[in-house]
Design a protein around this ligand. Structure first.
Ligand code: AMP
Length: 217
């Protein structure tokens, strides 16, 4: 099973990727996670990406394409994988098509921009564990403190409202055409190998997952 998950930041790609990975036992390849790790490890790519990520831009296509090419040729991807956060531009989608790796499903999760801003700007994380809270939907027991360690929570730089709005505008202009690219590709695919479907991200996460699972099975 090879899948591509598309959707604006905050639409729930990370949550759904996690469910898919667990149920179908395929690796989740998140370019955002790979880049955050590179920043943390202070690698050359990490140093190039840090400022771009903090300000909501896109890391250059050649850097990302190389990163993904290397990752998808690892042995754990032999029986399938899930791409989360890639491709984000038409150039990336075309580079992926050139690898001749065929995909079974492209799933687009969409959500209204204002709901996304509310979701993301209220998110606070515990950096050491990755635990995530939300000021309204899932508040910590003590304000801005992790429930388990009592350590302070922080807001990701890219979860600040001005950055979220920039990321959304980048998504709408650069990544939305990628969804159209796959939609046309699926429509033209006479063998029906590639299926495209779009799902409303405002529903509860488990409801979304069950709908995705129905599509996949
Ligand atoms: P994410 O966690 O997927 O929202 O990614 C966080 C940030 O990493 C994005 O805002 C971009 O700056 C960068 N990034 C992740 N994936 C890509 C990609 N495929 N192309 C360019 N930049 C990316």
């Amino acid at each position: 099973m090879r899948l591509i998950l598309l959707g604006p930041p905050g639409a729930g790609k990370g949550t759904q990727s996690h469910f898919i990975k667990e149920r179908y036992n395929i690796p989740q390849i998140s370019t955002g996670d790979m880049l955050r790790q590179a920043v943390q490890d202070d690698t050359e790519i990490g140093r190039k990406a840090k400022f771009i990520m903090e300000t909501g831009g896109l890391v250059p296509d050649d850097v990302i394409i190389e990163l993904v090419q290397e990752r998808i040729h690892k042995t754990d991807c032999e029986h399938g994988f899930l791409l989360d956060g890639f491709p984000r531009t038409l150039a990336q989608a075309k580079a992926l098509s050139l690898t001749n790796i065929s995909f079974d499903h492209v799933i687009e999760i969409d959500l209204d921009d204002e709901i996304i801003v509310k979701r993301l700007s209220g998110r606070w994380v515990h950096p050491a564990s990755g635990r995530s809270y939300h000021v309204e939907n899932n508040p910590p027991r003590k304000p801005f403190k992790d429930d388990f360690t009592g350590e302070p929570l922080v807001q990701r730089d890219d979860d600040q409202e001005v950055t979220i709005r920039k990321r959304l505008s980048v998504y709408r202009t650069q990544t939305q055409p990628v969804a159209s690219y796959y939609l046309s590709m699926a429509a033209a695919d006479k063998t029906n190998t590639l299926k495209f479907f779009k799902i409303d991200g405002s529903q509860p996460p488990l409801v979304i997952f069950e709908k995705i699972a129905q599509e996949l099975e």
